[in-house]
Ligand binder design. Sequence first.
Ligand code: DHB
Ligand code: MG
Length: 619
Amino acid sequence: MNKLSIATVSLSGALDEKLRAIAAAGFDEVEIFEADLLSFNGSPRDVGQMCRDLGLTICAFQPFRDFEGMPEPQRSRNFARAARKFDLMKELQTDLMLICSNISPASLGGIDRAAADFRELGDLAAKHGMRVGFEALAWGAHVNDYRDAWEIVRRTNHPSIGVILDSFHALAPAFPVSAIASIPADKIFLVQLADAPKLGLDVLSWSRHFRCFPGQGDLPVAKFMEAVQATGYSGAWSLEIFNDQFRAGSAVRTATDGLRSLILLQDQLAKTPADALQPKTSTRGVGFIEFAVNEAKATDLATLLSQLGFRKTGVHRSKDVERWSQGTIELVINSEPDGFAHSHYVTHGPGVCAIALDVGNTKQAMARAEALQARTFYQPVGPGELEIPAIHGVGGSLLYFLEAASKNWDVDFEPLKSDAGTDHLSVVDHISQSMPYDEMLSWLLFYTGILDLQRLPQMEIPDPVGLVQSQALISANQSLRVILNGSSATRTLSNRFISEFFGSGVQHIAFLCDNIFAAVADMRKRGAKFLRIPDNYYDDVEAKYGLDAELMSALRDNQILYDREGDGEFFQIYTPSFDERFFFEIVERRNYQGFGAANAGIRLAAQTRDARPVSVPRV
Ligand SMILES: O=C(O)c1ccc(O)c(O)c1
Ligand SMILES: [Mg+2]
């Protein structure tokens, strides 16, 4: 297996904090970014020692800039500067210097001129016992393609000079990666990895602000690495991520995500099953959703559920836990005065503390999750009670794995002769979770790494007081849909949820039905209330879609929202929020795959009108 590495520029904090986070996450090696060293209050020798104490090897010192092709007097200055950096690298105890292609307007082109400069530098490097790797920046003045960097290295023909490949600089300009396979492995001194979302930005801004870990973006990083592997390259895989959120976020979380992304990439490229992880966990849908509440809220929630047609179908043999069911939907209301649910309630208030997924094989699911460094959860169980394997998910909630075949999580429940309910709702259609904007990529990697979920294109939803980014994740068989919402605007409902809920979590759950008009009519009869939608909205729907008058007035009268995609139709309605925490949605799909994104802004405005006002800070 190749050694795993990350460049210090990828993380937040001072150099020592970065190094500790990198070591704690489990990396073998690190690239020291020059700016991190220059701003650090400790000698290069101290930094070298710190790395050794942490068990980290420094695979490169980077970057040395604007070297090749300079006219005098800068040319001589560059050699003197390089000699000083080689001395510094001795103190650090690393032997590889990264030089990125020259971007200076003063630089002169010509691959033979560049090769001559590198040949001379190679001699100097060899004298110091050092090596130099040349990397093409996609915006280099004369060299902006790895194939040209390799040609210069080839013509340099010096054992101390090699090439450095960076997936971003090859993939962002969409250069073919096939030429990589013909570079001799011993001339590839380092491989840097980064992904990025497709944005349509100039390549420099794109690289400096929006890189992300492999699997979090849209670039074919695995194809790039396949070409690298074809050379027989056995050096480090080193993440190099310039990202505004990563610079600001938690170094430990980012480093852990980075390692997870490399483990996932290794898994994707594994040649034999022995090198691969357990396959991604395919789900068969949501087994149950557990709400943590206190006794008073348990009664309120039970009332709301019964208004929606759920019936109480079980009580726990030994705990204050109830089971509520409708169709295949199973909800659990937990008001136990201790245990995990209780601590979730105490920390976050009433809300979802666990989601259980039906999976094919819980052992495989747990093995994959553990290999990807998910935190496992164990809770003492009473005699005869079932222990359900679980990992920690969004906002300190749990993700349980149930084996669908032996769907026996309910062994702990005393069945009740159920009272009257209705049977309009059949399954959990989707679950949406709100989180700080800068955690969205982290949870994206968590979900798509562990489960067989695919990403839909990210959407921007207008809340009246800021934009919300919305990322839908869907399993191939459509049995699980999870939506991640994040906003960097502080007063959006998504962010108020996080600040008032003390962290990320489930903000809403949508249930599917066959006939939303009948379902809503029955629910209203049972006392359910729904969100008020303005008339303007219905005038627009009428203008846009030319629906017949009867359907139009049914939508208006019931306050049901409508969307269309091709010949697919979507109907949706929302409950007011429960205790200002979470809300439910009822949907009907007619050959429609989306989530009514066009209506989300209408819904957010309606909820904002209903919500407690927030004071606007005075300036
Ligand atoms: O953006 C830069 O300057 C820069 C520096 C060094 C690298 O390895 C790189 O890929 C980009
Ligand atoms: Mg690079």
